[in-house]
Design a protein around this ligand. Structure first.
Ligand code: UD1
Ligand code: MG
Length: 477
């Protein structure tokens, strides 16, 4: 149980918000029950990823910075995928509340009633489709609440045409009501100040306000936005806090999703460079929200990172690499045109060159896989050299098997390791070999058929071919 909050200001003369005042307890409610019809997708809208992470994950990660006492995610029945995305791997999983029917954003907040029982602080409502929010902006919205101000709404001024709800205000940031685009008059539609969807409400008023909502509007829904007018009627105050348009994009369509991706990439690239990463052409580098790049990592043009990547200090990633679920040590050289797939673990000073693919494999210190190779389900020991075109044949059509290559092994070009197979330290594998048996340490293994040479055979071959061609020409003429 949470303790009821003490009032912040003891007397009317006390400053409204002393800098030292501890923030009131807050709870976060994230609305994620909408299917997102405008996305035209089988995937619930909030699970569409940007920078390799579902939009909902971005919202929850931002909310985490508020150290909320409770976090509730509202989903629709059957949205197990969304519920799993919330709980899987989360340090402090949010509670899940089910909104039985999608009757609007106001109704969705009502669905969190049981999960908020006994909570007396401020409630911050966020939308799962607004992924670019920043924690400091949310803090400012919460800070706008006080004894008299029951509702604080985050407004913004987007560029160009849009269908956001409009904020009808009075002087001094006082909010009178919010009118949805569909319900707005021509004059109201011209109001530049829009509703971002972020709203903070004093917990003691939240549910009584929500209970007063009616669905007499263009969509026939219970709009959360209508609680502003209800608060005013109840002689409570509502205020607007303005945020940056770029942070408050609400994603309703695939086109919005692409805009959100671009904004986030820009942020992630800027952060990486500020942290000491060199990028030849930042606009062509795609990062995931969780990409970890150490100091002095250098990225060539057109490098793509999927989720779960960490790259050590001083590593150079050359142009056109695709890297996902991989750990790379210090001072490695990767690419150009290399692909590191999930489970690739590269120690320090490893080289992986052009057209090489590494999957579920450990490549130990100083080992080299430089040209046209597939290394999957394998270990490549320290200092080993894998020749051009070498393939680990890890799959027999039914199961995956391991190739274990020891330290300081020299593998010639175009070798096929038919797994499971194990190669001892210091072994040498002749070019073109198909290795099916374990090779002991320091052994030379070679499976090539013996080469035959025919003296002057090349010249004879040419003569025969030329004679045949000449005969053909004559018969046509
Ligand atoms: C909403 C706001 C609008 C604001 C815009 C900002 C309302 C009525 N309108 O409109 O003023 O400018 O966001 O992006 O609040 N959801 C549920 N259950 C429902 C309906 C929606 O959980 O029954 C969730 C959705 O999953 C979504 C969020 O609420 O995450 C917002 O819903 P959406 O339909 O996208 O509202 P907008 O039309 O964008
Ligand atoms: Mg929306």
């Amino acid at each position: 149980m949470t303790k009821p909050e003490k009032s912040r200001a003891k007397s009317k003369t006390a400053p409204r918000k002393p800098a030292s005042a501890p923030a009131r307890a807050c709870a976060v409610v994230v609305l994620a029950a909408g299917q997102g019809t405008r996305m035209k997708s089988a995937l619930p809208k909030v699970l569409h990823p940007i920078a390799g992470r579902p939009m909902l994950g971005h919202v929850l990660a931002t909310a985490e910075a508020l150290a909320a006492q409770r976090t509730v995610v509202v989903v629709a029945p059957g949205m197990d995928q969304v519920a799993r995305a919330v709980t899987d791997g989360a340090a402090k999983p949010a509670a899940i509340a089910i909104q039985q029917k999608q009757l609007g954003t106001g109704d969705a907040v009502k669905a969190a009633r049981a999960a908020l029982k006994g909570f007396a602080g401020d409630v911050l409502v966020l939308f799962g489709d607004t992924p670019l929010l920043r924690a400091e902006t949310l803090r400012a919205v919460l800070d706008a609440l006080d004894e008299k101000t029951a509702v604080a709404v985050l407004g913004f001024r987007p560029d160009g045409a849009n269908e956001y709800g409009r904020l009808v205000t009075k002087a001094g940031g006082i909010l009178e009501r919010i009118v949805e685009w569909r319900d707005a008059s021509a004059k109201e539609r011209k109001i530049p100040l829009c509703n971002s969807g972020v709203m903070a409400v004093r917990g003691e008023h939240l549910f009584s306000l929500l209970d007063g909502l009616k669905a007499n509007n263009a969509k026939g829904e219970f709009y959360l936005t209508d609680i502003v007018a209800l608060a005013r009627k109840a002689k409570l105050r509502a205020r607007v806090v303005e945020g940056a348009a770029e942070d408050l994009l609400g994603v309703n369509s695939r086109a919005d999703l692409a805009v959100a991706e671009a904004v986030l990439q820009q942020r992630l690239r800027g952060q990486a460079m500020a942290d000491g990463v060199t990028m030849t052409d930042p606009a062509t580098v795609y990062l995931a929200a969780d990409t970890q790049l150490a100091r002095d990592v250098s990225l060539g043009p057109n490098v793509f990172f999927g989720p779960g990547v960490s790259i050590g200090e001083g590593t150079v990633i050359r142009a056109f690499c695709h890297i996902e679920g991989a750990t790379v040590g210090k001072d490695c050289i990767i690419g150009p045109f290399a692909r590191l797939r999930p489970g690739a673990k590269l120690a320090d000073e490893v080289h992986v060159g052009n057209f090489c693919e590494i999957k579920a494999a450990t490549v130990e210190r100083g080992a080299k896989v430089n040209h046209l190779s597939y290394i999957g389900d394998a270990r490549v020991g320290q200092g080993s050299n894998i020749g051009a075109g070498t393939i680990t044949c890890n799959y027999d059509g039914y199961d995956k098997h391991l190739t274990d290559i020891g330290a300081n092994v020299f593998v010639g070009s175009d070798v096929a390791f038919v797994a499971p197979v194990s190669i001892g330290d210091g072994a040498v594998i002749g070019a073109g070999s198909v290795v099916t048996k374990d090779v002991p340490a320091d052994t030379l293994a070679i499976t090539r058929a013996e080469e035959r040479q025919v003296a002057a055979g090349g010249a004879r071959y040419r003569e025969r071919k030329q004679a045949l061609k000449a005969a053909k020409k004559k018969s046509k003429a």
